[in-house]
Design a protein around this ligand. Structure first.
Ligand SMILES: Cc1ncc(COP(=O)(O)O)c(CN[C@@H]2CONC2=O)c1O
Length: 405
């Protein structure tokens, strides 16, 4: 049994059947499945370590705090951040981006200042900037994509100006699979003095991310996409920026002292972590980091690329199927349509064969508009998928197509 076949055995949920067929889970882009060690870490916390963190002066609370803050250090090392002060726990990528818009955005942007995003963004990296535009009168500029679903660095350079205060971009598209050249994009933005936020929700599960190497100012991701629990994610921010930003929410734990006249805020990262945190989620995230590092992100990326190449070759051979998003550099996501068959009908029929794929606009409606499709069928891979899964996917696509046409 090869390594990845053994890894698959660590996911209990994959042992079940769906409609009498083995479950073929190909929707990791929406949320990944969880290995036993992540499930066990969360169970262990509630079984043996549950207490509120940071303020208890008794052993149980100290052990809960050690487990929770130990997870923060794991994330720091995982992203190669300089300090745990730069690792803010949030609910997920969406909250991370909203936090930056609400704090750094409000404190640093004035009417006429510009945010640049790309045409392939998820709605969580579009709507927060629209809200800020409508509140502050800033400009929101879109970097268009080509017919392969790629951005053009020269076009970005032409858009950047002294007016640009933030470049906010996805590292990897959830709808197209496109991997953006974020390091080069960051360098171009910094040349005009703009800050850079990277939406890493789809990238972190699939590849090694080194925030110091990229040079970005903010980086956001969600635990539930990289084998961890829902409800916990990370905002990385350069310490100097986080230090200068006002708090996001007010309450307990984010304070040092409170009088009715004024409040002195807590140090980083706690200034941004008001209220009782998702302690079990943080510990589960730490276990997910351990899981990914036990395999090796480069090994994950290489394996998933083999799956992607195989799936692309097999799907392209199906009459009437069009792949949406054919970037030279892609991660483990493949979107497609079958002419004459609505994606929702395709996915519904494929479910009858035990195939779990997403049929949607994937919260990337501008991408659908660009390719003039209402939605796509999307298969997205995790470390537990294999080539048999892809053979099952292809057979189900053909069967659904023949039933619908
Ligand atoms: C690129 C990208 N950015 C942000 C988000 C938002 O993440 P949270 O929901 O964890 O805050 C997602 C979610 N991906 C969606 C969710 O379902 N299917 C998808 O592709 C995403 O793919």
């Amino acid at each position: 049994m090869n390594d990845f076949a053994q890894i698959r055995q660590r996911f209990p949920i994959l042992k079940q059947t769906e409609n009498g067929q083995p479950l073929v889970y190909l929707d990791s882009g929406a949320t990944s499945q969880k290995p036993q060690e992540v499930i066990d870490a969360i169970t262990r916390y509630y079984t043996l370590e549950n207490a509120n963190v940071h303020r208890g002066v008794y052993g149980l609370s100290e052990r809960a705090t050690e487990a929770y803050e130990g997870a923060r250090e794991k994330v720091r090392r995982f992203m190669n951040a300089v300090s745990t002060k730069e690792v803010v726990f949030v609910r997920g990528t969406t909250e991370a981006i909203n936090l930056v818009a609400a704090t750094w955005g409000r404190a640093n942007m004035n009417p006429g200042d510009e945010v640049i995003i790309t045409e392939m963004e998820h709605h969580s990296n579009i709507v927060p900037w629209q809200l800020l535009r409508d509140e502050l009168g800033i400009r929101l500029t879109v970097l268009r994509i080509n017919q392969k679903g790629e951005i053009c660095l020269n076009a970005l350079e032409s858009l950047l100006s002294e007016r640009t205060k933030l470049l906010s971009i996805t590292h990897m598209s959830n709808a197209l699979g496109t991997i953006n050249p974020v390091k080069e994009m960051t360098a171009l933005a910094h040349k005009v003095g703009a800050k850079v936020l990277i939406d890493g929700a789809q990238a972190v599960p699939h590849m090694k991310v080194d925030v110091q190497d990229i040079g970005c100012d903010f980086y956001a991701f969600s635990a539930h996409k990289m084998y961890g629990p829902t409800g916990i994610g990370v905002l990385y921010g350069k310490e100097s920026l986080l230090e200068a930003m006002p708090p996001y929410q007010g309450g307990g734990d984010m304070i040092y002292s409170v009088t009715f006249e004024r409040t002195e805020y807590n140090v980083l990262p706690y200034k941004f972590e008001a209220g009782t945190p998702h302690i079990a989620g943080g510990i589960g995230l730490g276990a997910a980091v351990d899981f990914m590092e036990s395999i090796g992100q480069d090994k994950i990326a290489e394996y998933e690329n083999q799956l992607l190449q195989y799936a692309t070759e097999k799907l392209k051979a199906i009459d009437g199927l069009r792949i949406i998003g054919e970037a030279e550099n892609k991660g483990g996501v493949i979107s497609f349509i079958v002419e004459g068959a609505h994606p929702h009908d395709m996915a519904t029929l494929m479910d009858q064969d035990g195939i779990a794929v997403r049929a949607s606009h994937h919260c990337a409606m501008p991408v659908m508009q660009h390719f003039d499709v209402p939605a796509t069928v999307r298969a997205s891979f995790g470390v537990y998928n294999n080539f048999d899964d892809i053979d099952c996917l292809v057979a189900a696509v053909v069967e659904a197509r023949d039933m619908l046409l």
